[in-house]
Design a protein around this ligand. Structure first.
Ligand SMILES: [Ca+2]
Ligand SMILES: [Ca+2]
Ligand SMILES: [Ca+2]
Length: 432
């Protein structure tokens, strides 16, 4: 009896050990099985090939400090309502890893909710080392009826870097803190570099912006080489680029969308507080009640500083602003207006050789960082004039124009550049 009991116990132990080993095998492999490969480490990121693998990130909080790489264009249209697993939850459980879109697109991200905060493909991001990069979202459709922080890419972005990301068209609707790229950026810090949004923004409350609703990068960070094109409407603190902008640095950026609000309404920024803004402009039509400005609606308990900022007094319909200089449309499409204020353009060296801006006839300045590879010269877009320039420079060891392939260029125009130019043939890029 005793022996048999003892034997039973050994049996149970063996059984338990077997289960435990199986459990270990399953949990270690599970993270790999749900993605298309990789271990999540910086040198070996998890690979994402399809919508289900994309949706698996948000389902597993254990992966939120890992590295991811997109390997194909992803269509998320199969998810509606609250079906998609947003990545990150709140400051207790944020995404703090790295997501590299690898130049691919994520299209038709649909999400509608009633009454939770932090709505976005990435719900909540917070870590000095968090990075989201090289990702273009096409035609997202976000509808958050209540709550704070709604954006297509990120709901609340409290720290980290968003690099080379864009929102192409679509609509982002929400209550407070609504923007195309992110609902809110800051509190700790944040960098937005080479980012844009052309989504239309509809907010029913405060802090509504074309790129970011509420931007407050108190500790460190900056916004550089960014723009927004979508129309923006909200109640208070409504701006073409930012609804509210505090304690940060904004440079080389612009907003082109129309702006509508009741109070603190501006073409670029609804209200600014203790910020520095350099070499930026806005052109959108503006309508509003109190504290309305061509570039900036109001200065909110702290000075706005900087230099060389303009808005179009004709297209905006507004001739005053608490900050910035108003110009006519003719002046706004003339390069000297900007170079006289220190803006660094291509084909001039007085203001620097970074060559941040370019301008084509009868158009506003554009950012060179968003120019399509193959668009070598004016007019805007990739066409036969660009092709002729490239043919002229073919195999020239010291080309007068910058080549663009592979990976941004090797100082030599050859068939690789030709292939990229052909890919972008007759395209004009995200900026009108
Ligand atoms: Ca220059
Ligand atoms: Ca061109
Ligand atoms: Ca080349």
């Amino acid at each position: 009896m005793r022996q048999s009991r003892f034997g039973n116990c050994v049996h149970k132990n063996k059984y338990f050990n077997l289960i435990f080993i199986l459990y270990l095998i399953i949990t270690t492999n599970y993270a790999q099985a749900q993605f298309g490969g990789g271990s999540g480490e910086p040198s070996d990121p998890y690979l994402i090939y399809d919508p289900n693998q994309m949706n698996a990130i948000g389902a597993d909080p254990n992966t939120w400090d890992k590295h991811f790489k997109l390997m194909a264009d992803i269509d998320l249209s199969q998810f509606t309502g609250t079906e998609f697993n947003l990545i990150g939850i709140d400051w207790n459980s944020p995404f703090k890893g790295m997501f590299d879109g690898n130049g691919h697109t994520i299209s038709s991200f649909n999400y509608s909710s009633t009454g939770i905060n932090n709505i976005g493909l990435f719900s909540y991001v917070e870590s000095e080392s968090a990075v989201i990069k090289n990702t273009i979202m096409k035609a997202p459709n976000i509808n958050a009826v209540q709550g704070f922080a709604t954006g297509a890419l990120v709901g609340a972005f409290n720290d980290g870097k968003i690099l080379n990301c864009g929102i192409d068209g679509g609509t982002v609707s929400g209550h407070d803190g609504v923007g195309g790229l992110a609902g809110m950026v800051g509190w700790s810090g944040g960098y937005l570099i080479n980012c844009y949004s052309s989504a239309d923004i509809i907010g029913t409350g405060e802090y509504i912006g074309g790129l970011v609703g509420y931007c407050d990068i108190e500790l460190f960070g900056e916004i550089n080489n960014c723009f927004a094109l979508g129309s923006v409407s909200g109640d208070r603190f409504v701006g073409g680029l930012f609804g509210f902008f505090a304690w940060g640095l904004l440079e080389n950026s612009f907003a082109r969308g129309s702006v509508f609000g009741n109070s603190d309404v501006g073409g670029l920024v609804g209200a600014g507080r203790s910020v520095q803004i350099n070499h930026s402009f806005s052109t959108g039509a503006i309508s509003g009640g109190n504290y309305v400005g061509g570039l900036i609606g109001s200065e909110f308990f702290g000075p706005i500083q900087g230099s060389g900022n303009f808005w179009d007094i004709l297209t905006s319909g507004i001739s005053t602003s608490v900050y910035g200089q108003g110009k006519t449309t003719i002046e706004m499409v003339t390069q000297s207006t900007f170079t006289n204020a220190g803006w660094d353009f291509v084909y001039e060296s007085t203001n620097g050789s970074e060559d941040i801006w370019y301008i084509c006839e009868n158009n506003y300045p554009k950012l060179a960082s968003h120019r399509l590879p193959g668009d070598l010269v004016c007019p805007d877009g990739v066409n036969v004039i660009d092709l002729m320039v490239m043919v002229d420079e073919w195999l020239n060891p010291n080309p007068m124009f910058n080549d663009f392939a592979p990976d941004g260029g090797d100082d030599f125009f050859d068939l690789i550049d030709f292939a990229v130019l052909s890919q972008n043939w007759l395209e004009t890029g995200p900026t009108p």
